[in-house]
Design a binder for this molecule. Structure first.
Ligand code: KG4
Ligand code: ZN
Length: 351
């Protein structure tokens, strides 16, 4: 079965065609048009610009992916959560193709897409579905920081979430203070590589709170105060190279410590057979390595899954992968009934 996945919820117009069967999946074609170079001028994603760029990119990207291929058996489209300006473009494109090709539609949740990104591999061979249930996922991106429990495939229960900023948002905002281009997360982790993570004692917000919720706004403020107290500001805060490395390493460590403590605490309560780390921030090497080590030590019977770095970011392939279960069960939604829902909570019914 071939599934076309369409993703446009933030700043990537990404489309992929997957061949999916009980043996696993293969990517037949994929293409992404990134908007980062435009948004970085503004220091973050500007929704109106995002919508316009998605509208320009969506048809050429779909054409490039479908070139040389027959029409798919189903179309999966990110219908939420995300920026309404971007979601509308992907959803309208998917509805139009569904009508023209007479191909069924599957509105797909963006977070479910990130969770299924662990099944997507770039090599051209069949990859077997590797999530074993019950599963636990830490979803960390620019818009989300959530712990999701999946007792079985297709069932999602939110155990914890951020009360304010997402982890990626915190990385990006502090990156901006340091004068890094958007998104600041990858630049902070690069600078952190040779720094001392114990150099600055940043707070670990809510780490000892018994809930599985997060809060990163206070950490961002602590980083700002530290910069205000230790350096003069021009357009951004300038640190000497060694201090910059130590600052980034200490800041990164504070985020990692909180994310890992809460995920392992969640795992203690639900004994998952697989533990997943997904979303844009899961590209962070130190986070990946540390969580993997901790899972191996504390939950030796659980498998640890995280996407290839390429599929940590938003992509159409993960959306097609997340829709496979619905496609197999012929659980489709008539195109007239599919709407973009910027606040679609994973696990809740989508209208
Ligand atoms: O999932 P994604 O592509 O988009 C959203 O759905 O938000 O995630 C993008 C986020 C950005 O905040 C970016 O800074 C962060 O992922 N990110 C990282 C790293 N690579 C990407 N954060 C920390 N370390 C990284 N290596
Ligand atoms: Zn995302």
């Amino acid at each position: 079965m071939n599934i076309l996945g369409i993703e446009s919820s933030c700043d990537d117009t990404s489309v992929a065609l997957l061949d999916y069967s009980d043996d696993g999946l293969t990517i037949l074609a994929e293409k992404t048009a990134s908007q980062i170079d435009v948004h970085k001028v503004y220091g973050g994603v500007v929704p109106e610009i995002a919508g316009r760029l998605h509208a320009e990119a969506i048809t050429p990207v779909i054409e490039a992916v479908m070139s040389g291929h027959d029409k798919p058996d189903a179309i999966a489209v990110t219908s939420g959560p995300g920026l309404i300006t971007g979601l509308l473009v992907g959803v309208e494109a998917a509805k139009t193709l569904s009508y023209l090709w007479d191909v069924p539609l599957i509105p797909t949740n963006h977070i479910a897409g990130h969770i299924h990104s662990v099944e997507v591999k770039s090599e051209k061979e069949k990859v077997k579905n590797s999530i074993v249930f019950p599963a636990l996922a830490l979803v960390v991106s620019g818009g989300h920081t959530e712990i999701i429990f999946m007792p079985e495939d297709g069932v999602y229960e939110k155990m914890g979430k951020t009360r304010d900023d997402a982890a990626g948002e915190c990385f990006d905002k502090v990156g901006k203070l340091l004068g890094f281009d958007y998104p600041g997360g990858p630049k902070i982790s690069l600078a952190a590589k040779d720094g001392n993570p114990a150099a600055i004692a940043f707070p670990r917000p809510m780490m000892d709170d018994p809930s599985l919720n997060f809060s990163f706004a206070g950490l961002k403020t602590a980083a700002l105060y530290w910069l205000q107290n230790h350096t003069a500001k021009s357009s951004s805060y300038h640190l000497e190279p060694k201090t910059l490395q130590d600052f980034c390493a200490s800041f990164e460590q504070a985020i990692i410590d909180v994310l890992i403590a809460k995920t392992l605490r969640a795992a203690e309560t639900c004994t998952p057979k697989s533990i997943l780390l997904v979303g844009g921030v899961s590209a962070n090497k130190k986070l990946r390595e540390t969580l993997q080590q901790r899972v191996a030590k504390q939950f030796p019977d659980a498998i640890f899954l995280t996407p290839e770095p390429k599929y940590c970011m938003d992509n159409g392939a993960m959306i097609a992968a997340a829709a496979y279960r619905e496609a197999k069960q012929k659980h489709f939604t008539p195109w007239r009934a599919v709407v973009a829902d910027p606040n679609w909570e994973l696990g809740e019914t989508h209208t």
